[in-house]
Write a protein that binds this ligand. Sequence first.
Ligand SMILES: Cc1cc2nc3c(=O)[nH]c(=O)nc-3n(C[C@H](O)[C@H](O)[C@H](O)COP(=O)(O)OP(=O)(O)OC[C@H]3O[C@@H](n4cnc5c(N)ncnc54)[C@H](O)[C@@H]3O)c2cc1C
Ligand SMILES: NC(=O)c1ccc[n+]([C@@H]2O[C@H](COP(=O)([O-])OP(=O)(O)OC[C@H]3O[C@@H](n4cnc5c(N)ncnc54)[C@H](O)[C@@H]3O)[C@@H](O)[C@H]2O)c1
Length: 614
Amino acid sequence: MHSISFSTAIISGRNHYTSDLSPPSLRFCGLRRATLRFSRASRSEPRRGSLSSKLHFKKLSASLSDNRSAAKAFDYDLVIIGAGVGGHGAALHAVEKVHKLLIDSTGVNSVSVSSVIGRRADQQLQGLKTAIIEGDVIGGTCVNRGCVPSKALLAVSRRMRELQNEHHLKALGLQVSAAGYDRQGVADHANNLALKIRNNLTNSMKAIGVDILTGVGTILGPQKVKYGKVGASENVITAKNIIIATGSVPFVPKGIEVDGADSSFTSSSFYFYSLYTKLRKTVITSDHALKLEVVPDWVAIVGSGYIGLEFSDVYTALGSEVTFIEALDQLMPGFDPEISKLAQRVLINPRKIDYHTGVFATKITPAKNGKPVTIELIDAKTKEPKDTLEVDAALIATGRAPFTKGLGLENINVATERGFIPVDERMRVIDAEGNLVPHLYCIGDANGKMMLAHAASAQGISVVEQVSGKDHVLNHLSVPAACFTHPEISMVGLTEPQAKEKAEKQGFEISIAKTSFKANTKALAENEGEGLAKLIYRPDNGEILGVHIFGMHAADLIHEASNAIALGTRVQDIKYAVHAHPTLSEVLDELFKSAKVSLLSSYSYCANQQQIDY
Ligand SMILES: Cc1cc2nc3c(=O)[nH]c(=O)nc-3n(C[C@H](O)[C@H](O)[C@H](O)COP(=O)(O)OP(=O)(O)OC[C@H]3O[C@@H](n4cnc5c(N)ncnc54)[C@H](O)[C@@H]3O)c2cc1C
Ligand SMILES: NC(=O)c1ccc[n+]([C@@H]2O[C@H](COP(=O)([O-])OP(=O)(O)OC[C@H]3O[C@@H](n4cnc5c(N)ncnc54)[C@H](O)[C@@H]3O)[C@@H](O)[C@H]2O)c1
């Protein structure tokens, strides 16, 4: 059904990790895109899948058959190396653009695009041919070892935490007997979700005609890539444009020994086997931790960033005690300081968590021969030995390293910077001499601009816009981020210190507005009044510089702010937007309403409104 002439290839080839690709949502899965439907503008238009619409497409396809692109000179117009969410997002967009074009030019509505037009018409219309190369499993980090399984574990931890909180339940008038969990059941939930999303992702690409090529992708020279299993016969393909989307792997600092699952055990007794199984992996990264093979009684988490925080939420809800080890002077150093402080008060202090800040974990030795995991700490500033900890397990959450092994960057004179592939604001790769490498782009974790799933995907979409002839620059300051603890933390744009620095450099003032969840009816009805929303803005013109939220469903609430920044909407405009009552969104409504923008800027809004109304 889908013999394609329009193809997008993704090469994904990291064979030392065994997880699948999946997008955090259907948007990444592309299932919806595969069956795009368009509302009928008038009754006279052809009906979905009707014979007349099919004939119409056939005619259109035939009439455009000579409209072939440069694909003739290359095997593909677009080859993507790496089928994580970045590569997947780029591939879907390449195909979606064609669908839009086709619908626009035919005026046909309510048509299941994939079932009617197939790939042939796509190729003829767009002139693109796209493929994706994956060396491991489709979905990359996010689907197999990241966003997806971690959010499944966090869904469990939220419920466990709530069911264990007698005070909270009592306030709602609820009585629940002791909550418990089945570790394997929880692990299965995470694994099954990853599997499901990976399959969705794979099917979505197949359905829309992306060529999925299997094996490690290596760039041989300009516009030339080989792919295939190492040692097996190699396939060489040419592409007008290449996108590198090879992602990242856990970064483990020197001196930290991560143990594997390979040792054999000598005891024949089942008891000792069980004990061994329980202890076999004691110094782990998130790749291992997501399998939830064990819930350690006491776990040290090295690094209090996103991964550390989310896992502290999971582990403490499941009964572990946690010790944070953080190199910087405060926990959660990546967040706005005021939000970190509040988060510490709610997410750390009342839980079974202690912490050491301003220290490096220099040496970590896995549990062996009945001895626990040992962690040697040194003072981050003086480098003097500080302490030695003994714990049941250690999770290393000290950031991620870009993955570019086997990519053949040397063949195109590209030198990495701290492992990352250097790119400009359009994701165009920069070579060792500082020149742009023609037709070569790098998106997602591998370029290090913003290590988030949706950022990778957005960068991919931006590149597809460019290779399709439309200039596009992604505003990274409009890309939201969220940490899915309970309550959640979310943010977009600048933190207060970053905004102050920018204001000083550029000579403007900043103002801060804040609202509390305590005044929000919905939050109080849920007995979840702990929370804060903070707006950093320019009082002279109403520009939104940053928004930070800590509280229930903060990850969902942030989009009003991120969309406003992306669209250039100012405080004086958005403050008149109407929010349903009672909703958590009213926290943001109050936030924007409480901001004070100079009268002159506010006047321009009123003038615009009058014009529109009139
Ligand atoms: C525990 C955890 C939780 C996370 N949670 C979130 C979250 O909630 N929200 C969020 O936004 N982000 C989250 N992230 C970050 C997110 O997973 C990454 O930012 C995202 O996966 C990056 O996507 P990518 O496409 O750049 O790379 P990846 O997803 O890493 O995909 C790269 C793909 O390329 C393949 N590949 C590599 N080299 C080659 C080659 N030479 N040839 C062929 N194929 C190759 C790999 O096998 C892989 O499939 C989380 C990360 C972790 C570790
Ligand atoms: N919800 C999400 O969006 C989400 C969830 C998980 C991961 N991620 C992404 O994955 C990436 C990796 O997450 P992460 O939490 O590993 O990294 P991170 O950069 O967020 O945090 C790493 C922390 O480890 C500390 N650190 C580094 N080396 C140390 C050492 N030797 N001893 C003690 N502390 C040390 C750092 O100071 C920092 O606070 C992030 O870039 C993040 O964007 C996102």
